[in-house]
Write a protein that binds this ligand. Structure first.
Ligand code: NAD
Length: 242
């Protein structure tokens, strides 16, 4: 990989695990300085140490908005700017609506929608001041098409898509680009909450992806030329079946 993001200052939420962690790895390989934000302090610190001197850990609970604001302030104090913000953290709850646990929906919706939107809000004033910046949200293929096994998750990711498409238009005049990646099923700890029969069927069909395929998509988005951003990038296994 070329050092195509040499010296770029990047922050990623949900970076202690899965997609966020792999994206951090790829960004570092591309030359970026990466701040990994997560609430899982022990894993975050261990994983950040493994990534070397370009990686920095900040413990953030996205439900406690002050910690996100403080993280942004710390990065700006240390680096003078933030070039890329990857709003990646999210959770998954599936199943039939009539059998679902509304409390677990509330927690997921709070993270996938409110906390994600608040984290983008936290970084915008700095990017507006800089008159530059890239924001990428990890949405899901569930944000593009209705997936029967997961109505509430699908609704949350449709909200992410609507947010991306509208905020992008509000901030374009400040030189800020906003985009989203929509992965299909990726092998990460998030899949532990999938229905087991569905998981086995997907494994059998070879319809699961690895986090590195999402990380490659992120690098692709970020390295487009200045005025151009691939606004939405769907990343799917070839035999994906919703
Ligand atoms: P993951 O469970 O491996 O990682 C999620 C990370 O978010 C964890 O490190 C966790 O500690 C952190 N987190 C959770 N709540 C937090 C909070 N309140 N504050 C700070 N950090 C918090 O999940 P993943 O599969 O890597 O998912 C990342 C994103 O990708 C999510 O938005 C998810 O919806 C999306 N996505 C995942 C898949 C998939 O199949 N894995 C597919 C499409 C989209």
């Amino acid at each position: 990989m070329t050092q195509s993001l040499q010296g770029k200052i990047v922050a990623i939420t949900g970076a202690a695990s899965g997609i966020g962690l792999e994206c951090a790895r790829y960004l570092i390989e591309a030359g970026a300085v990466v701040y990994l934000l997560d609430r899982d302090a022990k894993t975050l610190e261990d994983k950040t140490a493994e990534l070397g001197s370009q990686a920095h850990a900040i413990i953030v609970d996205l439900f406690d908005y002050k910690t996100v604001d403080a993280a942004v302030a710390q990065i700006v104090e240390e680096q003078g700017r933030i070039d890329v913000f990857h709003a990646n953290a999210g959770a998954y709850v599936g199943g039939n609506v009539w059998e679902g646990d509304p409390d677990s929906w509330d927690a997921m919706l709070h993270l996938n929608i409110n906390a994600a939107f608040r984290s983008v809000r936290a970084v915008l004033p700095q990017m507006m001041k800089q008159e530059s910046g890239d924001i990428v949200m990890t949405s899901s293929i569930a944000g593009m098409i209705p997936i029967m096994a997961e109505p509430i998750y699908t609704a949350s990711k449709h909200a992410v898509q609507a947010f991306v498409h509208t905020v992008r238009r509000q901030v374009a005049k400040y030189g800020i680009r906003v985009g989203a990646i929509q992965p299909g099923p990726v092998v990460t700890p998030l899949l532990k909450d999938w229905d087991q029969a569905r998981l086995e069927a997907n494994i059998k069909a070879g319809a699961l992806m690895e986090a590195k395929e999402v990380a490659e998509a992120l690098i692709f988005i970020l390295t487009r030329s200045k005025g151009v951003m691939v606004r939405d990038l769907v990343v799917l296994p070839h035999n994906f079946d919703a």
